[in-house]
Design a binder for this molecule. Structure first.
Ligand SMILES: Cc1ncc(CO)c(N)n1
Length: 224
């Protein structure tokens, strides 16, 4: 049995912002994958847009990695983030093979507004002014929404179409869940020592990520 996790400030924020958290992790697009009613043109839109997102997410995670090396007192932070960066390498290869499977030509995909907004947010987070605990909170939230969403598509009673289980496994698997839990612990540890101002920034950033994720699902469901 795993130890029950200590409740920290992130759990308190999730309770406070439960409705947007649920919107982000149980979005109609995700629910449609789980119940098998998903419109495949929406899935193709999501695939193309998320490929572009992930390409922008790489420098963000690289920035988190550099900060874990320079600013963290704990040597294990770097190892956790490095693991995440390594799996992004596989992820990009996975996207490419899915792209051919679904006949989505990434070279012609144009980032839609929700994607552009998200990419701008990631760039802003890379500023040196943003505290380590704040960027770590953002990093956790970004990964956790995908973990929770795609794990839902694999839970008992799902009717997820067989050709979509690869995508669901990518983020819904147990290893990814544990990785998210490690990132959350890092964020929680940093937030324990944070000032009131930094805590307020981290809470804002958490809510902003949830909003951006909801908009990203909405865009996908729009399916252009
Ligand atoms: C939009 C979005 N959020 C989170 C992830 C997970 O890393 C992703 N691939 N795409």
């Amino acid at each position: 049995m795993e130890k029950p996790e200590k409740r920290g400030v992130i759990d308190t924020w999730l309770d406070k912002h439960r409705s947007i958290y649920t919107e982000a992790t149980r979005h109609a697009f995700v629910v449609s994958i789980r119940d098998g009613s998903v419109d495949l043109s929406s899935f193709r839109t999501w695939l193309g847009q998320d490929y572009l997102f992930v390409r922008g997410f790489v420098p963000f995670v690289a920035n988190v990695l550099i900060r874990a090396c320079k600013e963290s007192g704990e040597t294990s932070d770097m190892e956790v983030v490095l693991g995440g960066l390594a799996s992004l390498n596989d992820e990009i290869e996975w996207f490419k093979s899915e792209g051919s499977k679904w006949d989505v030509d990434f070279s012609t995909v144009v980032p839609q507004k929700a994607n552009q907004d998200y990419r701008r947010f990631l760039e802003a987070m890379m500023s040196d002014e943003v505290k380590y605990s704040v960027i770590m909170t953002a990093f956790w939230a970004i990964e956790a929404v995908y973990q929770e969403s795609f794990a839902h598509c694999l839970e008992d009673g799902n009717k997820t179409p067989a050709e979509l289980t690869g995508a669901c496994n990518r983020w819904g698997n147990d290893g990814f869940r544990q990785y998210c839990s490690s990132v959350k612990k890092i964020a929680e540890r940093c937030l324990e020592n944070a000032s009131g101002d930094v805590l307020a920034d981290a809470e804002d950033v958490l809510v902003r990520v949830l909003e951006l994720e909801v908009a990203f699902w909405e865009m996908s469901r729009g399916g252009q």
